[in-house]
Design a protein around this ligand. Structure first.
Ligand SMILES: [Zn+2]
Ligand SMILES: [Zn+2]
Length: 346
């Protein structure tokens, strides 16, 4: 059986270097992006370089859907204020999407940004907006878990955690659920389960009754469940707020963290609510992440392709700085259209 592939991409172009992260199912060969298959979009924070691309993306999805009117809404998750932004943009541009959308708003806490930057968008009242348009949930922090529960379906759990930035920012942890373990052939034989449909039922977690009246439960014949993969993406930040981030990113297969400036400019980076490679790597180390990807580089760093040999102000320096913290474990520098495969666990 071929497993569907799930892809997380950053909507980026030369102007908006780091856009909303989207989770969608790709059913065609890798590299072919089918926008209309996007079902969920996650916005880390409301700085323009991270969400101004969203109305355009929604329009593109709508156009690519042709005349197919879908009832399944696209679910958008992001900080409070986002619903109003999308609704107004659609209204002002007289845009009619061929699908419904809902916006689930995360309510930040006051300690996610400097006091003078804090604005309360939760009660922006949309007296002039139709109540049904884009209404989703208002999601509050679960103070015990120190996280926000966004999605919990058959395949995934997605949670958000708090970050500190110039304005409230969030990180997302996308966790694949455990899959049932393989059938233990020897046990099936010992218990006298005949090959055939009974195997399929047991594999799918359904008990079967044998001809002799004995009931076989899936746990009698299945090996240990297979753990799912975990991808964590942090929005702009100079640190995490609370322990939600470390808990949710623990042993992530892939951790995507910003590194706007190099280590020599750490004070400046922090002042602007950003991180350096050393800061990103220290967080990855704390979480015991298996692979770190750096992104959101300042334009002052030349891309690898443009750097001349021996130049030290290139982007490669950022990679080295992060690797020095991670005992030379390889760190990846994100690039547009980069695809990173994370094999399914067996
Ligand atoms: Zn930002
Ligand atoms: Zn940014």
């Amino acid at each position: 059986m071929q497993h569907p592939q799930y892809i997380l991409v950053s909507l980026s172009n030369p102007i908006w270097t780091y856009g909303p992260w989207k989770l969608f199912q790709l059913v065609l060969p890798p590299g072919v992006v089918i926008f209309w298959r996007i079902t969920k979009i996650f916005i880390t924070h409301l700085h323009g370089d991270h969400f101004f691309g969203l109305p355009g993306l929604l329009c593109t999805i709508s156009l690519q859907s042709g005349s197919t009117v879908t009832k399944q809404p696209i679910e958008i998750y992001g900080p409070a204020g986002l619903r109003d932004f999308i609704w107004r943009t659609m209204e002002l541009s007289h845009t009619e999407l061929v699908f419904p959308y809902v916006v689930h708003e995360l309510v930040p806490t006051a300690d996610q940004c400097p006091t003078e930057e804090l604005k309360d968008f939760v009660h922006v009242n949309r007296a002039d907006s139709p109540p049904k348009d884009g209404q989703g949930r208002t999601i509050l922090l679960d103070s015990e878990e120190n996280s926000y529960l966004l999605v919990d379906d058959e395949q995934f759990v997605v949670k958000a955690f708090r970050l500190f930035h110039r304005i409230p920012s969030f990180g997302f942890s996308v966790m694949e659920k455990k899959r049932p373990g393989k059938l233990n052939a020897q046990k099936l034989k010992d218990l006298g389960v005949p090959p055939g449909p009974a195997y399929g039922k047991l594999k799918n977690g359904i008990s079967v009754v044998l001809e002799n009246g004995v009931t076989i439960s899936p746990q009698d014949v299945l090996k240990k469940p297979i753990v799912g993969r975990k991808i964590c993406i942090l929005g702009d930040c100079s640190g995490v707020v609370g322990d939600g981030g470390v808990k949710l990113c623990f042993e992530a297969d892939l951790l995507i963290h910003e590194a706007t400036l190099d280590d020599a400019q750490m004070d400046k980076a922090k002042e602007h609510g950003h991180s350096t490679p050393q800061m990103a790597a220290a967080f990855a180390k704390l979480c015991q992440a298996k692979r770190l990807v750096l992104t959101h580089f300042s334009q002052r760093y030349k891309p690898v392709a443009l750097a001349r040999e021996g130049e030290t102000d290139g982007i490669v320096e950022l990679k080295k700085q992060a690797e020095s913290v991670l005992d030379l474990q390889e760190v990846t520098l994100a690039e547009d259209f980069m695809v990173i495969g994370i094999p399914i666990k067996k």
